[in-house]
Design a protein around this ligand. Structure first.
Ligand SMILES: Nc1ncnc2c1ncn2[C@@H]1O[C@H](COP(=O)(O)OP(=O)(O)O)[C@@H](O)[C@H]1O
Ligand SMILES: [Mg+2]
Length: 290
């Protein structure tokens, strides 16, 4: 069976929650499985583009122009501004003045449709089977474009102060508002960078508890992070012997980012790599398969 091409946005209205790490490693796993993935850096902080070493593209020295404006607001072909990360994985880099593009999109005719019309539709299913978008943390036209272009969102959550408001804001101000105008599916809600015990009152436990019991969210939690009612009983009785749920905190994940490499290329033996592979399966299937 040939998989259905799919684009997905990785987003949450909060910085430092694992968007870039998730987007890059998800795209890398899709590339590993299909040889045909593109990741789009839509965050003006350019973390993904800079981590991967494309400083010249980010600063505009490379093409001598703001390529994101040329593509989204002009009629430049996105193919001219795509770079190769590794076998089967390409990047459409961010530009330091992406914020100007956001202002331009506000003024532009049909400004929410540009990413879909000018980039995604021309490449998806043709050049690439999968397109992953690394979204900015603030609400605005760039996020609207990512939602509209993909119709799918994956939401990473760290057990940090503010995860409840980050999730609630994202659901209410991004997803529900978008759904008044077009279809938008939640593909996955994934707890990441967990390190604490879950058999004691820790933030990790509270995050997992909320994820796996909250209405409308629980069904989107990947199997590697899902705990059933029985699992919770076992945890509370001290009998749980399953794997620790969620993407765990690993030095290798952070170091890979510092070294400008996807996790697979930095440490293919990392025990968390399977979880990114499961995210890739969810994108292929279009839903969590429990
Ligand atoms: N599972 C993990 N283990 C270790 N470090 C992680 C993990 N997930 C994310 N990080 C680190 O957390 C920081 C924030 O993640 P990032 O993906 O850049 O968030 P965002 O894009 O939402 O701002 C980065 O330094 C990243 O390396
Ligand atoms: Mg980021």
């Amino acid at each position: 069976m040939t998989p259905e091409p799919r684009a997905v946005a990785v987003g949450i209205l909060k910085g430092g929650f694992g968007k870039t790490t998730t987007a890059l490693n998800l795209a890398r796993e899709l590339a590993h499985r299909t040889e045909s993935a593109l990741v789009v850096d839509l965050d003006d902080n350019g973390h993904m583009t800079l981590n991967l070493g494309f400083d010249e593209e980010y600063r505009g020295d490379c093409w001598g122009t703001n390529h994101t404006a040329d593509v989204l607001l002009g009629d430049s072909d996105p193919r001219e501004h795509i770079v190769t990360v590794t076998d089967g994985l390409d990047l459409f880099p961010a530009h330091v003045d992406l914020e100007d593009v956001q202002s331009g999109l506000k003024e532009a005719t049909m400004g929410t449709t540009r990413l879909k019309e000018e980039l995604v539709d021309g490449l998806l299913g043709d050049e690439y089977d999968y397109i992953v978008i690394d979204c900015p943390a603030n609400r605005g036209k760039l996020n609207d474009n990512a939602m509209y272009a993909t119709g799918n969102i994956m939401i990473p959550l760290r057990p940090e102060n503010g995860y409840e408001t980050g999730l609630t804001n994202t659901v209410q101000r991004l997803i529900l508002e978008a759904r008044e105008y077009f279809e938008l599916d939640i593909l996955a809600v994934l707890p990441t960078d967990l390190s604490d015990r879950i058999d004691q009152d820790t933030r990790d436990r509270r995050l997992l508890r909320e994820m796996t019991t909250r209405d409308g969210v629980a069904k989107h939690v990947p199997n590697f992070a899902y705990l059933s009612a029985d699992d919770w009983d076992q945890i509370d009785n001290g009998e749980y012997d399953g794997p620790l749920p969620g993407i765990r905190h690993r030095a290798a994940i952070d170091n890979a980012n510092d070294q400008g490499l996807p996790l697979r290329d930095y440490d293919a033996d990392c025990d968390q790599l399977d979880h990114y592979a499961e995210l890739a399966q969810i994108v292929e299937a279009g839903e969590v398969d429990r």
